[in-house]
Design a protein around this ligand. Structure first.
Ligand SMILES: [Zn+2]
Length: 345
């Protein structure tokens, strides 16, 4: 089969990988319909995080082709959403809701295991990992939003959940990438009253507004923190959501969080949490990779009911042959998030 191959920083090529086959009774083979490029793929692309040479891409939806004898709940022909990590849903970590730390789990597209930027994927622990989508004949806009559940929308939801966003809250979202925009949508969905988005890009501001942002701040750094404090009568946000991962954005999130609040952090951290400052303001932080498998069933209903449309973050599209363009467009910030159309339904 054909698949995107990571051949080192800056080098994404389309190459051949072995056709996936059932190796364990708990495996399924999924034919990929839509895949996409993640902000974390960009860290690898830019050489800022290590990645093994080989398969890449951890977000996909597809159609089940084949299942092993031990797979229950997922059948050939099912349209499925894959969370970016596979998990058994039965180990202590999974039962505690932390599927990311599943004792038997692993990452798609890590160089070895098939990635979502390819024609097909062998999915380990398929019965507990894949989430079947009810119904049929879903329009493309719905498929795009289902793809977003694989990672980006689940991550946006996670950052809002861990920061404790609730009805009536004032939320500040640091970062206008796809995750930041999904964090706006998730905050709105959880009932936030006021959502302040930090963004300097008109097309991203537009999506933020569509997703529920009430205020846009174009400034950066201290000027941005000052503007959020002014909007919140000097108090700060009930929840600050950090969706970038740089030292500067982490500092901004803590500067705009009101004392006693919890900062959510889902940007892959490339900076330090200001420990002493957080201590004296009783500010906590939570975050990390989202347990997407836990969130997908809940968010899926809202996608099918057209309550949320996180697929709106995809503003650039290629086919598998041009997957390198999908990376370039995001790297050069011409795209919020690139969709890779791999196969038909
Ligand atoms: Zn587990």
């Amino acid at each position: 089969m054909r698949a995107a191959i990571f051949n080192g920083p800056g080098i994404i090529e389309v190459g051949e990988r072995p056709d996936p086959v059932i190796q364990e009774p708990t495996d399924a083979v999924v034919r990929v319909v839509l895949g996409c490029v993640c902000g974390s793929d960009l860290w690898y692309y830019r050489g800022e995080s290590p990645h093994a040479v080989g398969s890449i891409g951890h977000e996909f939806i597809g159609v089940v082709e084949q299942v092993g004898a031990g797979v229950q709940g997922v059948n050939p022909g099912d349209l499925v959403v894959a969370p970016f990590i596979y998990s058994d849903m039965s180990c202590p970590h999974c039962l505690n809701g932390s599927t990311i730390s599943c004792a038997a789990g692993g990452n798609f597209g890590n160089g070895q295991i098939d990635g979502g930027q390819g024609e097909a994927v062998r999915v380990p622990l398929a019965g507990s990992t894949l989430v079947p989508v009810p119904g049929s004949g879903h329009p493309d806009a719905v498929l795009r939003s289902l793809l977003a559940l694989s990672d980006v929308m689940s991550t946006g939801h996670h950052v809002a959940v861990v920061a404790g966003v609730k009805k009536g809250d004032t939320v500040a979202v640091v970062g206008d990438g796809a995750v930041g925009l999904c964090a706006v949508l998730a905050s709105k969905r959880l009932g936030a009253d006021r959502i302040i988005a930090l963004s300097r890009h008109p097309e991203r501001q537009q999506v933020a507004r569509e997703f529920g942002a009430t205020d846009i701040i174009e400034a950066r750094g201290q000027e941005a923190s000052q503007a959020v404090l002014e909007l919140t009568r000097g108090i700060g946000a009930d929840a600050a959501l950090e969706c970038v991962g740089t030292e500067a954005s982490i500092a901004t999130a803590f500067a705009v969080a009101r004392p006693g609040s919890t900062v959510g952090i889902v940007g892959v951290p490339h900076g330090q949490v200001p420990f002493a400052e957080t201590f004296f303001r009783n500010t906590g932080w939570r975050g990390g990779p989202a347990p997407a498998r836990i969130y997908i069933p809940e968010l899926l209903g809202d996608v099918l009911d057209r309550v949320i449309n996180p697929g709106r973050v995809f503003d650039y599209e290629t086919d598998l042959d041009h997957v390198a363009d999908a990376y370039r467009a995001m790297d050069e910030r011409r795209a919020i998030k690139s969709l890779v159309r791999v196969g038909a339904l």
